[in-house]
Write a protein that binds this ligand. Structure first.
Ligand code: AMP
Length: 603
């Protein structure tokens, strides 16, 4: 059994030898394998260092950073896709297709080719086909991204024992056999993503308290900013824009990444790009020194984005900065001194560098594989789900069933009811996100329960259950408790379901909190109005003979006015008419006695 860290930039495979996790070197002798695939033809993928070299020569056939595209919709990733050196297009159901050599590839297929190489690396070294693995993903990956990763591994012939979160894996590598109670933050800043997780290590129990991050923030963003600056300098110096030539762009990017890495250990470096552009008077050579402070100022916008997720992880875990005992650095980008400075300033601690930032995740995955096989017995890993999961209820409101940062595996059941008489079908719309308005969250699936026993609105009891397994993968079921009708599904990778769908993570949710509150207030007023309308109509029908003629006329008029006000969304008129109606109805004790069931409603 092996552990695989499928990274944005590099991938690593590890195994357990005599109780210790160790990284396995690939056929080129390197412990990390660039997550880059070159396609001479679609059937001959070349993975790793050799493919990385092709980035310069054949950028149109070489795929890098594919992890950023995993499990994402074309419409979501459009901006990133436009920057790639090869063309992409959406499939019929909005999946991403990479166009190479007159054929097309999915991001999953590219990841599958990388995973095949990792599997072969392990097989060559161990002398046997190890087909079982623990594979890691960023803690902040949503359900579709996890599913896509799992499918990619399965296509590569790997039996996925478990998908675990990268920071959790790193904490395992850090804390195994430490026999110490500690609260640690794992600060994982890699090529494509940033994750921050807070864990309680208590001897051999590893419990994740909270996790946060940004799936769109990594060393790649730093390379981009520096590349833009270099391209700008070249344009200024030569009058020729290097951005129009794919080859020149790629060379600038390579030079930017190299300069960035050098500036982690040197105070200054020189970017040198001979023959970078050709002007009317021949080729130009570009060379310029960059000092570390200049670099830091250039990439400040990226560095500043690291703090917000840290603050959210702390507040979600109900913790203060001073409650953290150690900060473990993981991911290549934590080598940047300015990143370490942010950790120092934010947590008031010297970051802990006792684990190798490139290897920790794979080592932890191998440890988890050994735990699952019983080879290591003493570890209990309790992970959490990074985003809230729930369903859409009446009024387009998102009702959370499993809040973010709940320990997994977990299962939750809730009862809902119908809104229309004799409703035979109930559509359970499962979503993931932090916004109050369902349409602002990411739609995962629609589950249609048919065969609901015919009854008046609000009578049926529909039990909706959500379960997340240890891989973080969700299954949803709905049962009509009267007819026994049941529908269940494992939420496979996403399906497009409506135009308004958008993924908004916690950051945006917080920024939009006031808008969300206003949305809830509006829905609340509307629902209160509708409930009043229903209750009065039902009362008039059942107890008409008790109501005086005058009140009856006033109620009928009031109901009409309320209906108009609700449809016109005239909040003032709604509140006024509703109050007037209730004033009349509440004179009758029978009205007050006819309590309505207060179950939530699902449409
Ligand atoms: P990972 O995803 O953990 O493999 O991290 C890869 C990222 O780390 C890439 O963006 C690399 O450019 C970056 N990286 C690797 N080494 C260094 C270094 N010495 N200084 C700065 N960034 C680095």
């Amino acid at each position: 059994m092996i552990g695989i860290d499928l990274g944005t930039t590099n991938s690593v495979v590890a195994y357990l030898r005599a109780g210790q996790a160790e990284v396995i070197a690939n056929s080129e002798g390197a412990k990390t394998t660039p997550s880059v695939v070159f396609y001479e033809t679609l059937d001959t993928p070349l993975v790793g260092e050799l493919a990385k070299r092709q980035l310069l020569l054949r950028p149109d056939r070489t795929v890098r950073s594919v992890k950023r595209l995993m499990g994402r919709r074309y419409s979501e990733a459009k901006d990133n896709l436009a920057k790639l050196p090869y063309p992409t297009r959406p499939s019929a159901d909005d999946e991403i297709r990479i166009l190479i050599d007159n054929g097309e590839l999915s991001p999953e297929k590219v990841s599958c080719d990388i995973l095949r190489k990792m599997r072969a690396t392990a097989a060559d070294f161990l002398g046997e086909e190890s087909a079982q693995a623990v594979v890691t993903v960023p803690a902040h990956f949503n359900d579709s991204q996890r599913q896509a990763t799992k499918h990619a591994a399965e296509q590569a012939g790997i039996e996925v024992l478990r998908i675990i979160n990268e920071p959790t894996a790193a904490a395992l590598a850090y804390g195994l056999r430490k026999q110490k109670a500690e609260r640690v933050a794992v600060f994982d800043f890699g090529g494509g993503t940033f994750d921050i997780s807070i864990l309680e290590l208590d001897e051999d129990v590893f419990e994740v308290r909270s996790t946060n991050g940004d799936t769109e923030l990594g060393g790649d963003n730093i390379d981009e900013l520096l590349s833009e600056a270099i391209a700008g300098w070249i344009l200024k110096e030569t009058g020729v824009d290097p951005g129009v030539d794919v080859g020149a762009r790629q060379r600038i990017r390579e030079a930017a990444e190299q300069a960035k890495c050098e500036l982690s250990s040197l105070a200054s470096t020189v970017v040198s790009l001979p023959f970078i552009v050709a002007g009317p008077r021949g080729p130009h050579h570009f060379s310029r020194e960059i000092q570390r402070p200049e670099f830091e100022a250039l990439v400040r916008p990226v560095l500043d984005r690291l703090k917000e997720p840290c603050a959210r992880a702390l507040s979600d875990g109900g913790l203060r900065r001073a409650d953290i005992h150690s900060v473990i650095l993981v991911g290549g980008s934590t080598r940047i001194p300015a990143v370490q400075q942010i950790v120092r300033e934010f947590f008031g601690l010297e970051p802990n560098k006792s684990v190798n930032p490139d290897e920790a995740v794979a080592l932890g995955a191998a440890i988890q594989a050994a735990v699952l096989s019983g080879e290591i017995e003493e570890v209990l890993l309790l992970d959490v789900t990074p985003l809230s999961l729930g369903i859409e209820v009446e009024g387009g409101v998102f009702r959370v069933l499993i809040p973010r940062n709940s320990s997994i595996p977990t299962a939750v059941k809730r009862r809902f009811t119908t809104t229309r008489d004799n409703q035979e079908n109930v559509d359970v719309h499962a979503l993931q996100g932090e916004r109050s308005a369902a349409a602002e969250n990411r739609s995962l699936a629609h589950l249609r329960l048919s065969g609901v026993a015919p009854s008046p609105a609000e009578v049926p009891e529909i039990e909706v259950s959500f379960a997340i397994d240890a891989n973080g993968i969700l299954s949803v079921s709905a049962t009509d408790l009267t007819s026994g009708a049941q529908k269940e599904m494992i939420v496979e990778s996403y399906r497009p379901a409506g135009e308004q769908e958008a993924e908004r993570l916690a950051a945006e949710a917080e920024a939009q909190a006031e808008q969300d509150r206003e949305f809830l207030r509006r829905v609340g007023r509307r629902q209160a109005a509708l409930a009043t309308q229903r209750a009065i109509a039902a009362f008039m029908e059942s107890s008409g003979e008790l109501i005086t003629e005058e009140d009856g006329a006033a109620l009928r008029q009031g109901l009409f006015r309320l209906d108009v006000a609700v449809h016109a969304d005239n909040q003032e008129a709604v509140a006024e008419t509703r109050a007037a109606l209730l004033e009349i109805a509440q004179k009758y004790p029978e009205f007050l006695q006819a309590g309505r069931p207060s179950v939530e409603q699902v449409e």
